[in-house]
Design a protein around this ligand. Structure first.
Ligand code: ADP
Length: 747
């Protein structure tokens, strides 16, 4: 690109103009951001370039220096564009341009003055020249096409406008530079002018965050030209006609002059008429703001539901402004700041609540300005550059174009968020003003709806509380019944074995008196008495345990022990009880468990109660399984073991899942007396589970039951879950010593 000077004055004028531009940009932008600094660098390079163009005849080395400087300028423009358009890889442009500049200099050194010999071009073109031109072309093409691609992709009209403006000014700059290829005075001058206009546009765009609405302005210009031409054309035609008709008349000139005067007088009303007709047929009737406000106020007047209110406001706005996305957002002032709760209405909007600090720039500006805030402002106005990352992410997720505050005077009640127009047009000041008026109209309705919905929530809460209360009441009633059942159960439970002891003793006595008691009979009777007294003993032990559990809690002796052993000890006495009804019992996962610290005897007692119950409530040929697994620690709590005891029995009604762990509670009739500890559905004193729970909680563990319900036909079964920490946290120093002693004794 051998830029020679067709007219030496042009570069001098250009130097002055670019310097003026630099000074204006410098004084205009109060905050020199990175993009302004890169633009300044670009302007300085432009001035330098013009200097070199001016002196290009005198400077011989390095050859064709102005083009190389221009390439540097294009590199700087690439970085400025990357910052302006917010491209991710900004350094890439700098590296690419830098490499290109470096290569041109290298080519000058290694292939000096070698003519490439391009056909039809008379001038001699070196490799370096060709490379400079091609890289300039590629670089500027890349910058332009990347901006164009972004322009096509963006859905936000103001963002699109900014990109469109940038595309236009880049195009002017590059076209101007390209025109300088030709060495005709006219084209060089045109190139300089076009480039200067382009660069002025670049400077304007960088130093002012709000850019003129390109589409709107061009539409207005076309519209103006169209109306003026349409209005002037018939009048001009009339003047010419008069002139033509009166050509041969004596006062032809006077007639023509009269026609001109009449045309001038007629022009303004005629133009107005044309404008009106155009407006009606091309532009359409404008929005009748008063009517919109009146209709809107009537529509929201009696609404008491926030969702419905949101539907009306978003519906009105979408109809008026042709948008496909919108929502009302409830704003609540909390102690920490603000909570924003979007009510999705139109388009895809996330329902997630968002918390904002009270000093959040986004909210603060809405409160202070009390006017719509464009997403464009939030993105490009340097005043909002400090907005936090999470707030920005939330705004991006919302993908709205404008936020309008619903403001009561001292408190923000809500936000109306509106998406971009479907037409791609920008929101105009009068439309934004209308949005704010509608938002102001919404205040009272929104307050009412929020109060009403709060009332609804309170009612719902009260309803839940009532349900809870009913449940608690039912539970209390059951517990009360359990208390009175206790006497029945206890007396039944104690009387059964006692009656047996008494009966057999009487038999023994009378047979003895009749002296017909054989040894065999004596052994049989004593066996029955011993079994009954054992049952009595275990019942009293259970009752004493239950009372100890209540008064002082179990005294635990922790020692290192294996769960597998505990389960074996608990099941051994129950084996015969399982054999007869052919109940299958299996264990899984116990052998891989580490030893745990536990009270061996108490845990055996707890497990034998649980397994005994499973046997009792599982019919013949059923199965019982015990699965154990180690759950590794997720925090400082430590590892624990989970044991699941499942049976294929009759199951337990969910409403009793808590109650069965209460003392003396039993699901069935309290009048039923004990029928043995393992007989199918055999009633017991209702102490097995409470004791098991006491023991497990004494180990810092937890127990609960899961079952679909009670059903003797379907047999849904029950699952008892037991969680035991490997090392209980309530294991005190004394316990530790006891533990050591115990291990020592066992060892
Ligand atoms: P009991 O001495 O009556 O067996 P528990 O405290 O051991 O008392 O059990 C309380 C109640 O829990 C029992 O009456 C029974 O209704 C119910 N229950 C306990 N385990 C099971 C089980 N595995 N399947 C069904 N019901 C069970």
């Amino acid at each position: 690109m051998n830029v020679t000077v067709a007219n030496p004055i042009i570069p001098l004028i250009a130097i002055g103009s670019y310097t003026l531009l630099l000074l204006t940009a410098f004084t205009r932008s109060d905050r020199h951001t990175r993009q302004t600094r890169w633009l300044f660098a670009f302007l300085v390079i432009s001035i330098l370039w013009e200097f070199l163009v001016y002196f290009s005849r005198e400077i011989f080395y390095p050859p064709n220096l102005p083009s190389k400087v221009l390439l540097i300028g294009t590199t700087f423009l690439g970085v400025t564009s990357a910052l302006f358009v917010k491209w991710e890889q900004r350094k890439r442009w700098f590296l690419l341009g830098g490499l290109a500049v470096f290569t041109t200099f290298a080519l000058d050194i290694y292939l000096p003055a070698q003519d490439v010999g391009i056909p039809y071009i008379q001038r001699s073109i070196s490799y370096s020249d060709l490379f400079t031109t091609v890289t300039w072309l590629l670089l500027s093409g890349a910058i332009l096409s990347r901006t164009w691609r972004d322009y096509r992709r963006t859905t936000f009209p103001w963002h699109a406008n900014r990109l469109l403006f940038w595309v236009i000014v880049l195009l002017l700059t590059f076209t101007g530079e390209a025109l300088l290829f030709f060495h005709y005075t006219g084209l060089t001058l045109a190139g300089q002018i076009v480039r200067f206009i382009g660069v002025s546009g670049l400077t304007y765009a960088i130093s002012s965050h709000r850019i003129i609405d390109v589409r709107n302005r061009s539409q207005s210009v076309v519209y103006f030209i169209l109306i003026t031409a349409t209005a002037a054309l018939p009048l001009t035609f009339a003047i010419f006609t008069v002139q033509d008709l009166t050509r041969n008349q004596p006062f032809a000139f006077v007639y023509t002059m009269v026609a001109v005067v009449v045309a001038f007088l007629l022009y303004p009303p005629f133009r107005r008429l044309v404008e009106k007709t155009f407006n009606r047929f091309l532009v359409g009737e404008g929005i009748d703001t008063n009517q919109v406000i009146r209709h809107y106020s009537q529509a929201i007047y009696q609404i008491l539901d926030v969702q419905q209110l949101s539907n009306v406001i978003v519906g009105t706005l979408s109809e008026l402004l042709n948008t496909r996305q919108g929502a009302l957002m409830l704003v609540t002032h909390t102690e920490e700041g603000y909570e924003i709760d979007p009510i999705p209405t139109l388009g895809t909007i996330t329902k997630n609540k968002q918390h904002f600090q009270s000093d959040c720039l986004f909210i603060r500006s809405l409160v202070q300005l009390h006017q719509p805030l464009l997403q464009y402002e939030l993105d490009f106005n340097p005043d909002y550059a400090q907005i936090d990352r999470p707030v920005r992410d939330w705004l991006n997720e919302m993908a709205m174009d404008v936020y309008v505050p619903v403001y009561t005077g001292n408190e923000m009640e809500g936000l109306i968020a509106v998406g971009p127009k479907a037409s791609g047009n920008t929101y105009q000041p009068d439309e934004l003003e209308l949005m704010q008026i509608l938002a102001d109209q919404t205040v009272i309705a929104l307050q009412n709806a929020r109060l009403y919905s709060e009332l609804g929530h309170q009612n719902e809460r009260i309803r839940h509380l009532n349900i809870d209360l009913v449940n608690q009441n039912e539970r209390l009633e059951i517990m009360d019944r359990v208390k009175s059942d206790f006497i029945t159960i206890a007396s039944h439970e104690l009387r059964t074995p006692l009656t047996q002891v008494k009966g057999y003793t009487d038999i023994l006595q009378s047979m003895n008196e009749e002296e017909n008691l054989s040894r065999e009979q004596t052994r049989e009777i004593i066996k029955h008495i011993s079994r009954a007294s054992n049952r009595l003993d275990s019942l009293i032990t259970a009752m004493l345990d239950a009372s100890q559990m209540d008064t002082e809690g179990f005294h635990m002796v922790f020692m290192e022990t294996k769960l597998e052993m505990i389960v074996r000890m608990a099941t051994e006495p129950l084996v015969s009880a399982m054999n007869q009804p052919h109940i299958r019992f299996e264990t899984h996962g116990f052998d891989g468990l580490p030893p745990i610290y536990a009270d061996f005897k108490r845990l055996v007692q707890a497990f034998s109660n649980l397994i005994g119950n499973s046997i009792k409530y599982t019919p013949n040929y059923g199965a019982i399984s015990m699965r154990a697994s180690l759950v590794p620690s997720q925090d400082e709590v430590g590892d624990y073991v989970e044991i699941v005891l499942s049976d294929q029995g009759i199951g337990i009604d969910p409403k009793f899942h808590d109650l069965i762990f209460e003392k003396f509670f039993r699901v069935g009739d309290p009048q039923l007396h004990s029928t043995g500890s393992t007989k199918f559905k055999g009633a017991g004193p209702g102490l097995g589970l409470p004791i098991a729970k006491g023991v497990i909680e004494g180990h810092d563990g937890r127990i609960w039951v899961e079952s679909a319900g009670e059903d003797e036909e379907q047999l849904p079964g029950s699952e008892f879950h037991i969680i035991l920490p490997v090392r209980p946290s309530n294991m005190t120093e004394t316990n530790n010593t006891t533990l050591e002693k115990a291990s020592y004794l066992i060892g």
